[in-house]
Structures are given as structure tokens and as C-alpha cells.
Design a protein around this ligand. Sequence first.
Ligand SMILES: *Cc1c(COP(=O)(O)O)cnc(C)c1O
Length: 372
Amino acid sequence: MTHEPEDVAAVEAGAILTIDLGALAANWRRIAARCGEAECAAVVKADAYGVGVGPAARALWQAGARTFFVAHALGGRRLRAILPGATIYCLNGFAPGAVGQFLEHRLRPVIGSLEEAKEWALAALGRSDAQPAAVHLDTGMNRLGLEADELAQARALLDGVPLSLLMSHFASSEQVDDPFNTRQIETFESMRQAFPELPCSIANSSGAFLRRRPHYDLVRPGYALYGGNPTPGEANPMQSVVSLEARIVQTRFIEPGESVGYNAIWIAPERRRLATISLGYADGIPRALVGDNGAPGGEAVVAGVRCPFVGRVSMDLIVLDVTDAPRAERGDFVEILGPTISIDELGGRARTIGYEILTNLGRRYARVYRGG
Ligand SMILES: *Cc1c(COP(=O)(O)O)cnc(C)c1O
């Protein structure tokens, strides 16, 4: 991969993160088309899963998204500055005393407990500047949301308070055959009778791909918009959005019996050629991608060839065995994420999920936004 030498950011930084906003928009359109009549929202919590909420939210808005979900009021306030016309829900409800922020920035809380229902009703009743709220029903996560035996009380507390959405959240939608999905849909069906007039939403990215198509009135994809595979085990229907390339700092040969990196855990079995690249765990590359002799660790694509990480991932550096990619030279860029290595693959190699890889993407990359 080549970058123009006059690209200052690319020369200063050790690695380049490229976000394809065209692919992001295409992914949103793809899910929107799949969900027919249901509205396709966009979840942009955690700085749009690490890709940058400003460019991501603008691209999604341009693609047609009008309803957005963030986690906190802080994310809501930032998003409001980016998209004055958007409908913004805050998934984590609101902290005690935070109602003023919601009114000021036209944020909609997702009410997930009787305490929140009570506080919101007290503040919002009769105020024309209060946005309508969403109500979260707990269908099995036991994380947020009203329980079945709280519905009557919630209904009474929220009497006269404008509401716009009834929602719940899947625990295992990426596992299509997990009976927990069906149980949650059935629980949701029964609980929603307490608010029969409200539009409904239960599907995240993988939920939108379940065979039962539990799209209701609104779907809430996050991960799939950013290129994650909502159907693990099957081909990824989404376009890749994120690519990450790191620069080779130097190359060298290592003789048999010599070791690489901290704690000398990788020993060269024979004369090998190594390349040291310019990123590490401080950039969100998990230490679990350690390359020790035997166990599969991380890989990078060097001049079209997959090359393994050898030794420990350091804070700012990783060493690759590039013996099979003899063209690799100082200054070249290697693929860490991109057309060959997906976020799902990288997550799997690190014994975590692509979500964690995305949301930990480092802050010191040169960031390049394409398309959009
Ligand atoms: C994060 C989140 C989503 C989006 O989930 P993805 O799996 O990333 O599509 C939807 N709904 C809620 C309540 C969430 O917390």
C-alpha cells in the first residue's frame, strides 16, 4: 500500500486509519432496504464505535438516517452539535439531576427503571420543550429496563408524558439458533401490551438479520454499519469500513535460537527476516495477539502475504516474521485491518469480539476519511 509522501499526517504517524464513509452509508442503506417499512436508525455510541462520530453521523444523515442512539447525555450533546435536526435517544437513561441537559439539547431518554420514569415525569409533564421519551422493557438481559411486574406502575407514572418508542434488546441475536431470541420476542410481545399504542424496536444489527425478522417499527444497527459481520459463521453481507495500515520501522535478520521482544517468548527456529512495525497496545492492538511459537496470534498482510506477529505486542511496536514477504522494506505500510483481515477476524484472534477492536481503535493514528 502506498501513501503520498507529502501527506504530512501519514509521515508523522506510525499508522493510518482509513474510514470509508461511502461504505458506511452503503451499509446503512442495505439494512434500511432489508427492513422494509421499519425505520432504520443508527447507533453511534462510543464515538461511533471508534470511527469518529462527526464524520460518521454526517454520512449516515446524508444516507437518510434520522434517528440516532448514543449511550450518554454527553454523547447526545456532542451529536446535537453535529446534527441539529436529528432525533437522539440516550440508551443509558439519565443520571439523577441530568434532566436539564435533556431539555436543553433536545435529547430523548430511554427510560429503563421506575425511578427514571418518576423523575422524567416530574420534570417533563406539561413542558412543551421536553422531547418524547422511549421506554426500555427488560426481556432477559437484566441490565436495563422495566420488569413485567413494574409495567402497571410505569404506565401510571408516565400518564400524560409524551412517549415515542418502546424497546428491548437481544442478548444473543448473533447466534441465530439460540432459543433465547424467540423467548425474548415472546416476552416483548406480551409486555408491549402495557403500551399498545407505542412504536416498537428490539433489533440490533444481528437482530435485523434473524429469520423471524423482528423489525417492528424501528431497527437499531450499530456494529454492522461499521462493517462488522451481523451473521457470524456466514459471509459478511456488509462492506468493510475500517482499514488500518502500520509503517515498517525497520527490517532485520534473526539467527536460529535468538529471541524476539519482551520475555523472549518467541525463538527463531531458523534464520528469519523480521519487520518491526509502528503500532502496539497503546493503539488498541490487544496484547492477546502475542505470537509465541505454536499458538496462532496476530497477522499482518505484507506486500500481499500474511505474516505472523512474533513475540509480545509492545506498547508502540510489533514484530512480524516477513521471511515470506521478501519485498517488505522500511517505510512500507502493512495491513492490520482491511480487505484481507476483518475486524471480526482480528477480534477472534485476540479472543475477543470485533466490537472491542473497533471501540479501542487508537487515538494517535493519522485518520483519513474517504467518500461521504
Ligand atoms: C449497542 C446497542 C445497539 C446496537 O447493537 P449492535 O449489535 O452494535 O448492532 C442496539 N441497541 C442497544 C440497546 C444497544 O445498546
